[in-house]
Design a protein around this ligand. Structure first.
Ligand code: NDP
Length: 290
């Protein structure tokens, strides 16, 4: 395709996501703050490592940074090509998306909040889910570029809606993680074999993504591989709590879960995977989930 595409932020997600773009687009620019990563990406995947000023001259610009604040600060430093579409795959703040969409529209740039789920393995296999907020027109133009990296791609509402869906999704995952940590600690305290219990629960109504993949693949084998950092999950639960406050709702489970995840993140070693949140429970109970 003649459309020029850029990817900004080659972290755990972005590095793998951008790798698929050259299969579908002739010109793919990549930029990363630590520029060595961009050069490495260009060597590995036939992308072009360029300065930020050039990256934002692409027709479609993806970003995937830790927070909306990082994206806002970066956007302030550049002049984006008129007519471009900016697709932000950061798990961000809905209000920030609304603000950026309005500000960029004045410069004839359309903004889509398009966070993803599916973890690094989904990025690697181009099977991510994109939950997109913004205009139908921009969504249709941007769809082929998102399809290069994703499987399920949904326009879920106006600006900010994509970020809202992502925050609520991750909050629900956090609730499941806390519930599973408490539940399996209880079972171990009662002398139950955890692997047999897991099989039963995964064939029963208490199952979740956490019991199906996080416990067996990260916790019970004590591998805790770093693919999604615990502070990023704490950031997402914080966004969900802000959404609840803004809507003046009462959501006690979510409020408590946010405190627990934030506390686990504060206690964790640097560069800890989100699954290490269970270690907080282990330190309280002196029971190891293995
Ligand atoms: P990483 O920490 O692995 O990567 C962050 C990237 O952002 C790096 O390329 C980093 O550059 C860059 N960066 C950080 N701060 C700035 C800044 N101020 N200015 C410019 N670039 C910056 O994060 P992930 O890839 O794991 O996550 C990215 C986003 O995707 C987050 O919002 C996260 O919540 C979300 N997400 C993550 C998933 C996962 O499984 N990891 C799954 C789904 C969503 P440098 O290399 O120079 O440090």
């Amino acid at each position: 395709m003649n459309t020029t595409v850029a990817f900004i932020g080659l972290g755990a997600m972005g590095y793998r996501m951008a790798a698929h773009l050259p299969k579908h687009f002739d010109t793919v620019y990549v930029w990363n703050r630590n520029f060595e990563k961009a050069k490495q990406h260009a060597t590995e995947y036939k992308t072009q490592a360029v300065e930020l000023e050039q990256a934002v001259q692409a027709d479609i610009i993806f970003s995937c940074l830790p927070t909306s604040k990082d994206v806002e600060e970066l956007i302030q430093t550049v002049t984006i090509k008129s007519g471009a579409i900016w697709i932000d795959c950061t798990s961000g703040v809905p209000e920030s998306a609304q603000k950026l969409a309005l500000e960029l529209a004045l410069k004839n740039v359309q903004f889509l909040d398009a966070p993803v789920s599916g973890q690094t393995i989904g990025a690697e296999n181009a099977t991510l889910t994109f939950m997109v907020g913004g205009s139908q027109t921009a969504f249709q133009i941007a769809l082929p570029a998102m399809q290069a990296m994703g499987k399920l791609i949904k326009l879920v509402g106006q600006s900010g809606a994509g970020f809202a869906v992502k925050a609520v999704n991750n909050m629900m995952m956090a609730v499941h993680l806390c519930a599973a940590a408490e539940g399996f600690t209880t079972l171990k305290a009662h002398g139950v074999n955890l692997n047999e219990a897991l099989d039963c629960i995964n064939a029963s109504s208490g199952k979740s993504g956490v019991t199906e993949s996080v416990l067996p693949q990260r916790v019970f084998n004590r591998s805790f591989p770093l693919t999604f950092a615990l502070p990023l999950l704490a950031k997402d639960t914080g966004i969900a709590v802000d959404l609840i406050r803004q809507a003046k709702l009462s959501a006690p489970v979510i409020g408590l879960t946010q405190s627990l995840i934030q506390n686990a993140s504060n206690l964790a070693e640097p560069n800890s995977d989100f699954s290490t949140a269970v270690k907080m429970y282990e330190s309280w109970s002196k029971i190891t989930l293995d």
